[in-house]
Design a protein around this ligand. Structure first.
Ligand SMILES: Nc1ncnc2c1ncn2[C@@H]1O[C@H](COP(=O)(O)OP(=O)(O)OP(=O)(O)O)[C@@H](O)[C@H]1O
Length: 252
């Protein structure tokens, strides 16, 4: 399942994205990084065929993704968005069923996906009355239940406590091991460094750099993207990046 951006551009109001040329590595974790408003969600929506490019193409195994029938696309790609709209009074089970509508219903797999996050007791709860973090975990469980080859998530760890963030990253690693292609829009630089194999860095809709995380996630690129200085430091879990968030001292 290869996703390719070929000279892709998009425009919404005054915002312009691209041109983007990239091939999302299969069976790896790709992180899309950039400041607020840099175009991460737009890139993800293009990848999922929710919006059409202005110029160029986004292809899934050579086919324009926006032309693929939703039911066929759902077998190949799942998307966890930032905002979860549920105008109806859906239960957690309904949310799972909607996500899994293109696969054969399998109650055991559905419960298994919820159980990863300890959510089986929530099966008949009203989704709208769950906390922000619980809703996020349900939608991640729903995308696991969907069982597509490609899993896209927009800021999957938003609203989550550190233990649940760790759980989500652990689950993402397991999904990669199972051969899933994963694409994440992310803010958290340490998490990008720890979990992603490939990184796409955006600034104001432009591609700043892309490549293997080990060689692309550099202090130089981070400074370009975020306009603040960064330094690396060693932690017991590997190299991390730091900027003077709450310090009065300037870094050079
Ligand atoms: N339909 C639209 N009409 C006008 N502007 C839009 C539209 N959709 C997106 N934009 C603008 O495009 C820019 C990129 O938005 P996008 O949601 O892709 O950013 P992002 O990198 O995901 O940001 P964040 O980190 O805040 O989620 C923003 O300035 C946004 O206001």
């Amino acid at each position: 399942m290869a996703i390719e951006f070929i000279a892709t551009t998009y425009s919404a109001g005054r915002f312009k994205l691209g041109p983007i040329n990239t091939e999302i590595p299969e069976k790896k974790i790709t992180a899309i990084m950039g400041k607020n408003g840099s175009g991460k969600s737009t890139t993800i929506r293009l990848m999922h065929g929710d919006i059409k490019p202005l110029e160029g193409r986004i292809t899934l195994d050579g086919r324009d993704v926006w032309k693929i029938k939703p039911v066929d696309l759902a077998r190949q790609m799942s998307l966890v968005t930032q905002e979860i709209n549920d105008p109806l009074s859906f239960t957690v089970k309904d949310v799972m069923m909607v996500s899994g509508y293109a696969r054969d219903h399998d109650e055991a797999s559905m419960l298994q996906a919820l159980e990863i996050f300890g959510l089986t007791p929530y099966l008949y709860r009203d989704f709208n009355f769950l906390s922000g973090g619980e809703r996020r975990l349900v939608t991640i469980a729903a995308s696991i239940y969907q069982d597509s080859d490609i899993i896209i998530m927009d800021e999957p760890t938003n609203f989550l406590d550190v233990d649940n963030q760790m759980l989500v990253y652990q689950v993402l690693r397991q999904l990669r091991k199972k051969g899933k292609t994963i694409v994440l829009a992310m803010h958290d630089i340490s998490a990008v460094s720890a979990i992603s194999d490939f990184v796409i860095m955006l600034k104001k809709g432009e591609l700043v750099d892309q490549g293997p995380t080990s060689s692309t996630l550099t202090v130089e690129n981070l400074r370009k993207v975020f306009n603040v200085p960064f330094k690396t430091y060693e932690t017991p879990w590997g190299v991390n990046f730091s900027s003077p968030l709450v310090s009065e001292k300037e870094m050079d």
